[in-house]
Design a protein around this ligand. Structure first.
Ligand code: 6R9
Length: 654
């Protein structure tokens, strides 16, 4: 068996940039050449997009790999770069955030407002005894105070650790303890699916186990009753009464900016540490380059939660560093109705939308007649992040949301990389549906075999990064050894990201999912992504998750869990006929080797709270094992439904 990862899916469609966008694009093809000619000088020029209080002495210190230092000796204040300098430049009246609450309330916050709010929070935290280097936990819903809290920490040099508001008291207390945080910033609750959903009781439970916590700062969002302890302080009594004047002090380029725990499903969560100068440089550059942001005219919307890295880099730091006007939405896409996203885009004339494949596939399931009811003509660019986007979902996004005229940028990156690494450039790249295309200028990614040899075009293997990049993680908080073991020991001198990928005949990159999920079927390594994409390319399918289950004849056999599109009849014989047709369809699209042994039609799939499919649980179901840890699931009732269906479905072997 010589192949590392099979290359089964062929895709020939390609979409060049719209002429008008290309003519005015922020970044042209020249950027690739400039970066190739001198990578470090290229990044130094991008760092020049920021205001530094003190220029750096050295661009990169890589004398002690994998511990990088970028812009050594430089000093800056991250919050100053996101706020003060825009106000100083006369843009204080520009809207920074159009905020929409789930119940329909809304706020408009200018750059001057955001600076005043952040200054108040910085003063209040300082009064509470927070000093540079302290850690602050943030556990908030999607309200403007979440961004304010992060920026206030950045402003005073405190390191924030944002914990997604859906996590349990256990997850929260583990993260607080790991970082020995001094303060938690939270709210009474937030609105989810039409109801106030409490946060404070979870914090109370967590804090009872966290002796490091001195104060709990509570934003009043829902007005629901909260229990009160002597550590608790209301935000409106503490922050909103503080002075709106605050002078930002500069910190070292390598000063810790934040810790963000990766949503690991089994092992102890890893506190990914990011620092200041290099991080801000790369998020600002990539936001400018990949989204082609024109701060004077664009209205940008990233629908991620601020509790994930996408929210950190592409709601808070990248867009604000670039002076963007953005939409921020508190709630779920189906509250109060399934057109909420499109209604918001119509209302705010959003021009750039950045969302996740899971959302796109959900919209496919609900049907194109929903977005069709709204005016989406303001949109000019669409982005995707979080999982491989199946070619058919990419096409659906382009046709039904972009109305055929918007470039789609599929952006690959991770909590660990801090910023986008692989993506089309919207004014340059003729994008292929489902491909993240090329490393951005200044980034060197490759696909290697198990001996670390670069695979030729047409080959598949492990996605690696060859050179350090400015927004790279610096370590795992408190555990340098685990940092080295986890990311830098599989291949000598290379960062291995855990993802499989292939190069097509043109050398463009296709992400193939986590290598842990790869299926070994009769000696062939088959990626879950390709089989899922083949299923989604059938007109009756909205979404699919594929796993390898132990099989006596083939080693592993392919089992697919498939969500039909809204209008499809799946009852009785119609369902059986569809399953047979789908198995044939995969066989025809990818070859008989990839034909699923079994296909289950399901209504939902188990997803992490950030929307990624949890194949591990489906593997348990497919192999009739009792379910593993389900605490990171978004909705655990899904698994009961799926396993019940699995037991009753008749075995479907050839
Ligand atoms: C930004 C973010 C990282 C993992 C990553 C990969 C998957 C993200 C992707 C993608 C294919 C893309 N991933 N973007 N896979 N195409 N465009 O999601 O960070 O939550 O740390 O997840 O997500 O598997 O390794 P994070």
């Amino acid at each position: 068996m010589s192949e590392t990862l099979a290359n089964l899916l062929q895709e020939t469609r390609q979409f060049p940039p719209p002429a008008e966008l290309a003519a005015a694009a922020n970044v042209t093809a020249a950027a690739y050449d400039e970066a190739a000619a001198d990578r470090l000088a290229f990044w130094a020029r991008q760092a020049g997009r920021l205001d530094w209080s003190k220029e750096w002495d050295e661009i990169l210190d890589w004398s002690n790999p994998p511990f990088a230092k970028w812009f050594v000796g430089g000093q800056l204040n991250v919050a100053y770069n996101c706020l003060d300098r825009h106000v100083a430049a006369g843009n204080g009246d520009r809207v920074a955030i159009h905020w929409e609450g789930e119940p329909g309330d809304n706020r408009t916050i200018t750059y001057a407002d955001l600076l005043a709010m952040t200054s108040q929070a910085a003063n209040a935290l300082t009064d509470l005894g927070v000093v540079a280097g302290d850690r602050i936990a943030i556990y908030l819903p999607m309200i403007p105070e979440a961004a304010v809290a992060m920026l206030a920490c950045a402003r005073i040099g405190a390191t924030h650790s944002v914990v997604f508001g859906g996590f349990s008291a256990d997850s929260l207390s583990n993260r607080i303890q790991d970082a020995t945080a001094k303060v938690v910033i939270t709210a009474d609750g937030g609105y989810r699916r039409g109801k106030p959903s409490a946060l404070k009781p979870t914090v109370d439970e967590a804090v009872s186990r966290c002796p490091s916590i001195e104060h709990v700062l509570v934003v009043r969002r829902t007005g629901q009753d909260v229990a009160w302890t002597d550590k608790d302080l209301w935000w409106h009594e503490t922050v909103e009464t503080a002075s709106t004047e605050h002078t930002a002090e500069a910190f070292d380029a390598e000063h810790p900016l934040f810790i963000l725990y990766t949503s690991g499903t089994t092992a102890k969560p890893k506190g990914i540490l990011h620092t200041s100068g290099g991080y801000l440089t790369q998020v600002a550059y990539t936001h400018h380059a990949v989204f082609d942001l024109k701060p004077e005219t664009d209205v940008y919307w990233c629908s991620a939660d601020i509790g994930w890295v996408t929210g950190h880099s592409y709601i808070v730091y990248g867009p604000l560093a670039n002076g963007a006007t953005q939409l921020m939405y508190e709630g779920t896409p189906d509250t109060p109705h399934r057109g909420r996203f499109w209604e918001l885009i119509q209302k705010h004339k959003v021009t750039i939308l950045y969302t996740a494949p899971t959302l796109i596939r959900t919209m496919m399931k609900w049907g194109a007649d929903i977005p069709d009811q709204y005016d989406l003509s303001s949109l000019r660019l669409l982005g995707s992040v979080g999982e491989p986007i199946n070619p058919e979902a990419w096409m659906w996004y382009r046709e039904n949301i972009g109305r055929g005229g918007c470039p789609v940028v599929d952006t690959w990156w991770q909590t660990e990389t801090g910023a986008i690494m692989i993506s089309p450039l919207p004014g340059v790249t003729a994008a292929k549906p489902g491909s993240a295309m090329r490393p951005l200028p200044g980034i060197s990614a490759d696909v290697v075999d198990d001996q670390a040899g670069s695979v030729p075009n047409g080959g598949g293997g492990f996605l690696v990064l060859r050179e350090p990049w400015p927004s790279m993680l610096r370590t795992i908080w408190g555990d340098d050894e685990r940092f080295v073991d986890t990311y830098w020991s599989r291949f000598e001198g290379l960062y291995f990201a855990g993802d499989g990928a292939k190069k097509d005949d043109d050398g463009d990159l296709w992400l193939l999912g986590r290598v842990d999920d790869v299926m070994l079927v009769s000696g062939h390594n088959i990626s879950t992504t390709e089989v899922e994409s083949a299923l989604v390319s059938h007109p009756s399918v909205a979404e699919s998750a594929v796993v390898g289950a132990t099989d006596p004849t083939t080693g592993q056999a392919i089992v697919a869990f498939t969500i039909p599109r809204g209008s499809v009849d799946t009852s009785g014989e119609a369902g059986e006929a569809l399953i047979a047709e789908l198995r044939e369809h995969v066989s025809k699209t990818l070859g008989p080797i990839a034909k699923p042994r079994q296909i289950m039609l399901v209504a939902e799939l188990p997803k992490t709270r950030s929307g990624k499919i949890m194949r591990r649980l489906l593997r348990d179901v497919a192999e009739n094992r009792s379910l593993g840890d389900v605490t990171t699931l978004q909705d655990s009732s899904v698994m009961d439904l799926i396993s019940a269906g699995m037991r009753s479905s008749k075995s479907d072997e050839d």
